[in-house]
Design a protein around this ligand. Sequence first.
Ligand SMILES: Cc1cc2nc3c(=O)[nH]c(=O)nc-3n(C[C@H](O)[C@H](O)[C@H](O)COP(=O)(O)OP(=O)(O)OC[C@H]3O[C@@H](n4cnc5c(N)ncnc54)[C@H](O)[C@@H]3O)c2cc1C
Length: 584
Amino acid sequence: MIKNAEKQLNKIRKKLSRKGLDAVKVSMFRESVQLKGSVDSWEQKVQAGQSSAGHGFKGVLNDILVSGCDEPGMSQPQLEDDLLEGRSFDVVIVGGGVIGCAIARELCRLELTVAVLEKEADLAMQASGRNDGMIHPGFAAKPGSLKSHYNTRGNRLYTNLAEELGFNFTRPGTIILFKDWWMRFLLPPIFKKRCRDNGVDGDYRTLSQKEVKKHEPNVTKRQKGGFLLPSTGIVSPFQVTIALAENAVANGAEVFLNTLVCSVFLDEGRVSSIETNRGRLRAGVLINAAGVWSDKLAEMADDRFFSIHGRKGTDAILDRNSEGEQNHILGMPSFSSNKKNHSKGGGLVLCVEGNILLGPTAEEVSDREDYSTDSEMFTTLLEQLEMNTKLSPSMIINYYSGVRAASWEEDFIVEPSDKVANLVHAAAIQSPGFASAPAIAVDVASMAVDILRTSGVDIVPRDDFNPVHHGIPQVKNMNAADRDTLIKRDPAYGEILCRCEEVSRGEIRDALHSAVPAATVDGIKRRVRAGAGRCHGGFCLPKVILTMAREMNVPIIDITRKGSGSNILVAETKISALEVSDAS
Ligand SMILES: Cc1cc2nc3c(=O)[nH]c(=O)nc-3n(C[C@H](O)[C@H](O)[C@H](O)COP(=O)(O)OP(=O)(O)OC[C@H]3O[C@@H](n4cnc5c(N)ncnc54)[C@H](O)[C@@H]3O)c2cc1C
């Protein structure tokens, strides 16, 4: 029961009234606050949601309508078949992002049948493939929050995870720059306390102006010192998500792409079956790792207690010629981050491939799959270039946006359902969700196991669980001798199709035949980086398409950029492209 519920509801009503939001009706739904009525703008809906959080309720259900503003629905696969009809799994995970894939891998340590259902044509198509790949040190989260707990634990787990799964991982650390003298004196004690409270690892410390310059020779002259957080790591988010999923598959899990969960059926307070576009299946436990749609999945299972709003972030990618111009991630203290935009402040973020990202921004959006980029965001991003004197706007080669799954409480939801006996939520996982994923996965897997055990399932460790994953060889990163040996063994690794990123035909072929095979041009880019360089596929795209058509044994016209409806070629002309390629 909520303490003094009516008193708290009145407090919320008063707050809303002070903001001119008297039209919003405030009531209780189960243990959550529910907001209804209509307002004139999305900003007002956001204001109402934010004002209603933190009053002791389980969650905020923000059902306010915004005049003239539709909240677009989710993109859906066009495929329909009965592949999953009648199948049954111990655990079904909804969502093929980093959270769903990490949970699947954890569960594969046991003799259980596990399925991951993902509506998109590939893994990591939503937040998990549209972020900065920063393994945050655990500094920014509010002490005592789940974000803080999982971030610090997750950060630690990355060292071992990278060794096991073979993804690229380094810890360049972050320097938060002080741009005014007063910051140099006032901020360090606050920052140190925050680090202690959150259990941040490493020798975090204050740096003088000179020390910053020594660590970062190209840093702006305007800096007056800084704060070093050495435990910040960086990864390629696609590489991590795909490695987790492929290792899970190697250990018995099944991944179903283009698979949308449309309805969840309950029987006596338990999930009895799950309806998808590929048939109806059964699950001993259902795990909600559905990202920006996790509130809708909870609603399908009649466990509505939170609502998600999308917070878009845009990043700009700098060319590889930015490599070596910076040693750490650079940021500025962000004082507007708390109530208003909840961003981690953004900055100059190193990529594990060596180049630099500018970003991310933070903007509340009504469309949870709004991946557009605009000039306003671009202007905000350019300001960050000031931190490094060697970087310039001409180095920018591309942009992308992602949408964070924010709840109104601004914390993760990682818990078994109160209402449905065999449902577990790993929901509202916004930043630092990537950094937190390995730790969230350990706990969610253990919650699922408890439920299975209670239902009488024998929990037996898998004797042959193999935590090691060998990724696709990266020709570009090999020394000459290893490259030579590899090419002698298989000449396909000597045929470079993507010149910018030095990706060979052998690597692209491997990506098409891996445990969770790439089936789209973007899927190839995510796995091996063909098309991710300066020319963005200008030169290699035709060759990638041809290789895909041959290896997948489909007509070139059927090759898509990111799944059905995104075909790249419309028709064959006089000579088939395959013939052209053979002749050239
Ligand atoms: C711009 C930006 C920058 C960020 N930077 C960082 C960072 O540097 N470090 C960090 O730690 N975190 C960062 N984050 C946050 C991080 O990306 C997320 O916390 C994390 O990726 C969330 O993973 P997820 O698996 O919960 O969600 P997602 O990756 O969104 O996966 C959920 C999946 O569920 C699928 N799905 C939804 N509904 C259904 C359904 N009904 N049926 C089938 N499938 C369904 C979706 O298609 C989606 O693929 C950033 C986020 C953004 C947007």
